[in-house]
Design a protein around this ligand. Structure first.
Ligand SMILES: [Zn+2]
Ligand SMILES: [Zn+2]
Length: 236
């Protein structure tokens, strides 16, 4: 309690949208910023979770042509400019507290779908150990931890490690992304006891990262893999 008070004084919570100190103590976003993130509206793609305009369609234009090793991904927000700035500060500006808002919104907007996946375990997209040390935390793990706490599904942060530096994926096309992510992840133990696995990440773009991780997780014994990401969009 006292420690919490002290941390609030020293490191006041910041708003994930405007990055200012939040108006009220304990609030995850300022009042004026509520609604500034663009919520993914139904209907959304049954594969990647992106918004699709047409209710008669099941998949977005990208997913009609593709097959993924995971069954479905769901996301809370569209990856627009506000989202991009927020994620940048979250990852590189040490704004770890944004994970509170991200996880809360992901569960409030997509909780029904996530519960429907009936996951036996949650696995966050891992970072290279050196990258995690440099950043101080793994952003996907921070979101996953909060989801674990809220839904009571076991978090396996150590089940898969990243063993290859895949660099920035931004400039790569789909094929090169796939190539660079080959053998990027390594399972540390069997996942046979966890047939249904939920992968968690901050942003879903082309799905290459989630696909590579899903393959590794299935090879390790999981039967079906799902994804939940805070944002879904074009840029990483
Ligand atoms: Zn704000
Ligand atoms: Zn799609």
């Amino acid at each position: 309690m006292f420690f919490g008070y002290l941390t609030d004084l020293l490191f006041p919570r910041r708003c994930p949208a405007c990055h200012g100190i939040t108006d009220k103590k304990g609030e995850l976003i300022c009042e004026k910023c509520v609604g500034r993130f663009s919520a993914v509206k139904a209907p959304f793609c049954f594969k990647c979770g992106k918004e699709i305009g047409d209710e008669r369609e099941e998949y977005c234009g990208d997913c009609i042509k593709k097959s993924f090793p995971f069954s479905r991904n769901v996301a809370a927000f569209n990856y627009d400019e506000i989202a991009g700035n927020s994620v940048m500060r979250f990852k590189n500006g040490g704004r770890r507290e944004y994970a509170d808002y991200y996880a809360q919104q992901l569960l409030s907007l997509r909780g029904k779908e996530i519960a429907g996946f009936k996951p036996d375990a949650i696995i966050p997209v891992p970072l290279l150990p050196a990258k995690k040390r440099e950043r101080g935390f793994n952003q996907a793990e921070e979101i996953a931890k909060r989801i674990e706490k809220a839904i009571g599904v076991r978090l396996l942060s150590d089940a898969v490690i990243k063993v290859k530096n895949t660099g920035s994926q931004k400039q790569l096309d789909a094929k090169s992304r796939q190539e660079s992510l080959k053998n990027a992840f390594l399972a540390k133990y069997s996942l046979k006891d966890f047939p249904r696995v939920l992968l968690v990440d901050d942003v879903f773009t082309t799905g290459s990262t989630l696909s590579a991780l899903a393959k590794t997780v299935k090879k390790a014994g999981a039967k079906e893999v799902f994804g939940a990401t805070v944002f879904v969009g074009k840029e990483e």
